[in-house]
Ligand binder design. Structure first.
Ligand code: SAJ
Length: 434
């Protein structure tokens, strides 16, 4: 059958290729001229293992067509972004609404519309449904409407698309069934159905919220461990020997476009966020905790040079959204750091502002030209301290001897505990783990 996928990003593109490679006739639609023209030339704009070959296969078999126009199709699948506004802590639903509006002129009785984008509970029923019903067709009666949230892990998208269980909730039973029949064509795991679309939206959000809150516990445990002078990783791993305990790993904070954002979506139409909100704040506070460690270990940060290794949001990906490394860099260079010493009262001579640290950045996976990234040797050249903020393979393999020769100081803060402490100590480094 024919499918029109709306939005060819991290989720839409692999999903379009997946349906095409399973024999459906798919049109991949994106509003960006650049995305459409690059993809039409076989240039895959997303850095994800195996994706290039997977998309090429779909295009070359003529099952996937890339287009800058919406077409009539038996199934419309919406995979557009829902950008997070840091000020209001709300999801922007403008792309979901405009995708709905683009479908309206093409919507026919018997079609099915599926929303995959992560959205606040209630969006399918209260935001998308009224837009689609401008067609004068009725959801659940004339056309099917369901939410089927994506759950794939960047770095392992193609495998997880097939192997993860899916949750599908339609605005009524007929809608749910229509969506289930479609996903059955490639999903190998169980497809669970919910009574309504709102439950499916809610389930997606609480999965990421659970992971975020669990990491917050790990981060707080790491801070406690520091005070008791014990190894948090060893403590957590031993605690996890219990059959009902599964504490995640501490680190420099939680990045990406999902975990730091989705918990807020839960609170968009409710006032009840409490522990969940607090957990978010614990994770967001890890950058200032790292600054405290640097400050303590370096006896003040004035005039220091700090090299941050890792500006991607996690290991072995090139995505920098909500990156803990970049957040740390921003905070190290923020005006607050420069005003550490309060200016004197009116009229008196102004105190010399404390000079904020110089920050250098290095990341072998990130290609973003707008960031001032340096090669490793340049980034650590003359640095007083290094902070490792992602578990890229390249960092695990770094040679402590060379790094020791290039840099000035001897401090390395290993927020992901990936370095062999013994090797680095042998080269004269002080290793501080989180
Ligand atoms: N992190 C830790 N400690 C851990 C695990 C992760 O600090 O023990 C950090 C990572 O370094 C990273 C952040 O959390 O900064 C998020 O990384 P992640 O690998 O946990 O997750 P994402 O954001 O790449 O993908 C998540 C996944 N959700 C869950 O595992 C519940 C994925 O399955 C979802 O599809 C995706 O969000 C999404 O799109 O919602």
């Amino acid at each position: 059958s024919t499918l029109c996928i709306h939005g060819l990003g991290y989720i839409g593109l692999p999903t379009a290729a997946m349906f095409a490679n399973y024999g459906h006739d798919v049109v991949g639609y994106d509003t960006s001229e650049e995305v459409v023209s690059r993809l039409s030339q076989g240039d895959v704009h997303i850095d994800e293992p195996g994706l290039r070959a997977f998309v090429t296969q779909a295009i070359e078999s003529d099952k996937l067509t890339i287009s800058n126009e919406v077409v009539s199709a038996k199934y419309h699948i919406i995979c557009v972004p829902t950008p997070f506004d840091r000020e209001s802590k709300e999801a922007g639903l403008e792309y979901v609404e405009s995708a709905g509006e683009a479908i309206v002129p093409h919507l026919r009785p018997g079609d099915t519309v599926i929303l995959e984008s992560t959205v606040p509970p209630g969006t399918t029923a209260d935001v998308l449904r009224p837009v689609l019903e401008e067609s004068t067709l009725e959801a659940g009666k004339d056309f099917a409407l369901a939410h089927c949230p994506e759950t794939v892990l960047p770095g392992d998208i193609i495998t997880e698309l097939k192997q993860n269980a899916r949750i599908i909730g339609g605005v009524n039973g007929v809608s749910t069934e229509a969506a289930v029949r479609l996903y059955e064509s490639f999903v190998e795991a169980e497809i669970h159905t919910t009574a309504d679309a709102t439950t499916a939206e809610f389930v997606k959000l609480i999965q990421n919220t659970f992971r975020d809150a669990n990491i917050a516990i790990a981060n707080e445990i790491a801070k406690l461990s520091h005070d008791y002078e014990i190894d948090s990783r060893e403590a957590i791993s031993l605690a996890n020997e219990h059959p009902r305990v599964n504490i995640h790993h501490p680190g420099p904070g939680v990045g990406g476009h999902c975990l730091p954002v989705d918990p807020w979506f839960l609170g968009q139409n409710s006032e009840k966020l409490d522990l969940i909100k607090h957990a978010r704040e614990v994770n967001d506070g890890m950058s200032s905790y790292i600054i405290d460690i640097l400050d303590e270990e370096l006896d003040g940060l004035e005039d220091s040079t700090i090299a941050i290794l890792g500006v991607a949001y996690k290991g072995n990906v090139g995505d920098t959204r909500e990156s803990p490394g970049l957040k740390l860099a921003r905070e190290l260079q923020s005006p607050a750091m420069q005003e550490e010493e309060p200016a004197l009262a009116d009229g008196g001579p102004q105190a010399d502002p404390v000079k904020a640290p110089t920050v250098t950045l290095h990341d072998p996976h990130v290609t973003d030209q707008t960031l001032q990234l340096s090669p490793l040797e340049e980034a650590v050249d003359d640095a007083d301290a290094i902070v490792v903020t992602t578990d890229h393979d390249e960092f695990e393999e770094m040679d402590p001897h060379s790094v020791g020769r290039w840099m000035d100081g001897d401090l390395i803060v290993d927020t992901k505990a990936i370095l062999d402490e013994h090797d680095w100590n042998t080269e004269g480094f002080r290793v501080s783990r989180i």
